[in-house]
Ligand binder design. Structure first.
Ligand code: HEC
Length: 102
Protein backbone atom coordinates (compact mmCIF):
# COMPACT_ATOMS: atom_id res chain seq x y z
CA UNK A 1 0.00 0.00 0.00
CA UNK A 2 2.86 2.37 0.90
CA UNK A 3 4.54 1.63 -2.43
CA UNK A 4 1.27 2.25 -4.21
CA UNK A 5 0.69 5.72 -2.75
CA UNK A 6 4.32 6.68 -3.39
CA UNK A 7 3.97 6.01 -7.07
CA UNK A 8 0.70 7.91 -7.17
CA UNK A 9 2.49 10.87 -5.60
CA UNK A 10 5.30 10.69 -8.12
CA UNK A 11 2.77 10.51 -10.90
CA UNK A 12 1.00 13.62 -9.59
CA UNK A 13 4.23 15.60 -9.22
CA UNK A 14 5.36 14.70 -12.73
CA UNK A 15 1.95 15.56 -14.21
CA UNK A 16 1.85 18.91 -12.46
CA UNK A 17 5.38 19.74 -13.67
CA UNK A 18 4.49 18.78 -17.23
CA UNK A 19 1.35 20.91 -17.19
CA UNK A 20 3.16 23.94 -15.83
CA UNK A 21 5.99 23.79 -18.33
CA UNK A 22 3.55 23.34 -21.20
CA UNK A 23 1.44 26.28 -20.17
CA UNK A 24 4.04 28.84 -19.22
CA UNK A 25 7.36 28.01 -20.80
CA UNK A 26 8.34 29.20 -24.23
CA UNK A 27 9.67 26.67 -26.69
CA UNK A 28 13.44 26.54 -26.99
CA UNK A 29 13.35 28.46 -30.26
CA UNK A 30 11.13 31.16 -28.75
CA UNK A 31 13.55 31.54 -25.84
CA UNK A 32 16.27 32.22 -28.37
CA UNK A 33 13.97 34.74 -30.08
CA UNK A 34 13.36 36.45 -26.76
CA UNK A 35 17.09 37.02 -26.35
CA UNK A 36 17.46 38.26 -29.91
CA UNK A 37 14.51 40.60 -29.51
CA UNK A 38 15.75 42.09 -26.26
CA UNK A 39 19.35 42.43 -27.35
CA UNK A 40 18.45 44.19 -30.63
CA UNK A 41 17.00 47.68 -30.41
CA UNK A 42 13.42 46.63 -31.17
CA UNK A 43 12.51 47.82 -27.69
CA UNK A 44 13.41 51.43 -28.61
CA UNK A 45 10.18 51.66 -30.58
CA UNK A 46 8.16 48.74 -29.28
CA UNK A 47 9.18 48.64 -25.66
CA UNK A 48 8.14 45.47 -23.98
CA UNK A 49 6.20 43.21 -26.35
CA UNK A 50 3.03 44.09 -24.46
CA UNK A 51 3.26 47.46 -26.20
CA UNK A 52 2.27 46.13 -29.61
CA UNK A 53 -1.06 47.83 -30.15
CA UNK A 54 -3.80 45.23 -30.05
CA UNK A 55 -6.47 47.42 -31.63
CA UNK A 56 -4.23 48.63 -34.37
CA UNK A 57 -2.67 45.22 -34.89
CA UNK A 58 -1.11 45.10 -38.33
CA UNK A 59 0.01 41.50 -38.20
CA UNK A 60 -3.13 39.41 -38.53
CA UNK A 61 -1.47 36.02 -39.01
CA UNK A 62 1.91 34.29 -38.88
CA UNK A 63 2.81 35.30 -42.45
CA UNK A 64 2.17 38.98 -41.76
CA UNK A 65 3.97 38.75 -38.45
CA UNK A 66 6.99 37.31 -40.27
CA UNK A 67 6.84 40.12 -42.82
CA UNK A 68 6.81 42.71 -40.05
CA UNK A 69 9.73 41.14 -38.27
CA UNK A 70 11.66 41.07 -41.58
CA UNK A 71 10.70 44.66 -42.34
CA UNK A 72 11.66 46.02 -38.93
CA UNK A 73 14.81 43.91 -38.89
CA UNK A 74 15.82 45.40 -42.25
CA UNK A 75 14.88 48.92 -41.13
CA UNK A 76 16.96 48.58 -38.03
CA UNK A 77 19.83 46.88 -39.84
CA UNK A 78 19.97 44.11 -37.26
CA UNK A 79 20.93 41.61 -39.95
CA UNK A 80 19.30 38.55 -38.42
CA UNK A 81 19.56 35.29 -40.30
CA UNK A 82 16.25 33.83 -41.51
CA UNK A 83 16.32 31.24 -38.68
CA UNK A 84 16.82 34.03 -36.19
CA UNK A 85 13.86 35.95 -37.62
CA UNK A 86 11.79 32.79 -37.24
CA UNK A 87 12.87 32.50 -33.61
CA UNK A 88 11.74 36.07 -33.00
CA UNK A 89 8.42 35.38 -34.75
CA UNK A 90 7.98 32.34 -32.47
CA UNK A 91 8.78 34.42 -29.42
CA UNK A 92 6.31 37.17 -30.33
CA UNK A 93 3.68 34.64 -31.29
CA UNK A 94 4.01 32.37 -28.27
CA UNK A 95 4.08 35.19 -25.81
CA UNK A 96 1.72 37.65 -27.44
CA UNK A 97 -0.10 37.03 -30.72
CA UNK A 98 -0.86 33.30 -30.25
CA UNK A 99 -1.77 32.64 -33.90
CA UNK A 100 -0.01 29.31 -33.96
CA UNK A 101 -1.62 27.50 -31.06
CA UNK A 102 0.14 24.14 -31.20
C1 HEC B 1 12.35 52.88 -35.57
C2 HEC B 1 11.25 52.30 -34.80
C3 HEC B 1 11.11 50.78 -34.86
C4 HEC B 1 12.04 49.85 -34.52
C5 HEC B 1 13.46 50.07 -33.99
C6 HEC B 1 11.40 48.55 -34.69
N1 HEC B 1 10.12 48.71 -35.13
FE1 HEC B 1 8.76 47.23 -35.43
N2 HEC B 1 7.38 48.62 -36.02
C7 HEC B 1 7.59 50.00 -36.08
C8 HEC B 1 6.39 50.65 -36.58
C9 HEC B 1 6.20 52.16 -36.75
C10 HEC B 1 5.46 49.62 -36.84
C11 HEC B 1 4.05 49.77 -37.38
C12 HEC B 1 3.16 49.68 -36.18
C13 HEC B 1 1.87 50.37 -36.34
O1 HEC B 1 1.75 51.24 -37.20
O2 HEC B 1 0.99 49.99 -35.56
C14 HEC B 1 6.10 48.36 -36.47
C15 HEC B 1 5.49 47.12 -36.51
C16 HEC B 1 6.04 45.96 -36.05
C17 HEC B 1 5.34 44.70 -35.95
C18 HEC B 1 3.86 44.49 -36.28
C19 HEC B 1 3.05 45.04 -35.13
C20 HEC B 1 1.57 44.82 -35.28
O3 HEC B 1 0.86 45.84 -35.40
O4 HEC B 1 1.09 43.67 -35.23
C21 HEC B 1 6.23 43.80 -35.48
C22 HEC B 1 5.94 42.33 -35.15
C23 HEC B 1 7.48 44.47 -35.29
N3 HEC B 1 7.34 45.78 -35.65
C24 HEC B 1 8.64 43.86 -34.84
C25 HEC B 1 9.85 44.53 -34.66
C26 HEC B 1 11.09 43.87 -34.32
C27 HEC B 1 11.24 42.37 -34.10
C28 HEC B 1 12.04 44.84 -34.21
C29 HEC B 1 13.53 44.66 -33.91
C30 HEC B 1 14.30 44.04 -34.98
C31 HEC B 1 11.38 46.11 -34.49
N4 HEC B 1 10.07 45.88 -34.77
C32 HEC B 1 12.01 47.33 -34.44
C33 HEC B 1 8.72 50.66 -35.67
C34 HEC B 1 9.90 50.07 -35.25
Amino acid sequence: MKYFSNSINKFLVVSILLCTTNTFALSEQAEEGKELYSSASCTQCHGDIGNFDLKNQKAQNIAELTTWVERCDAGLGTGWFPEEQISVVKYLDESYYKYNKN
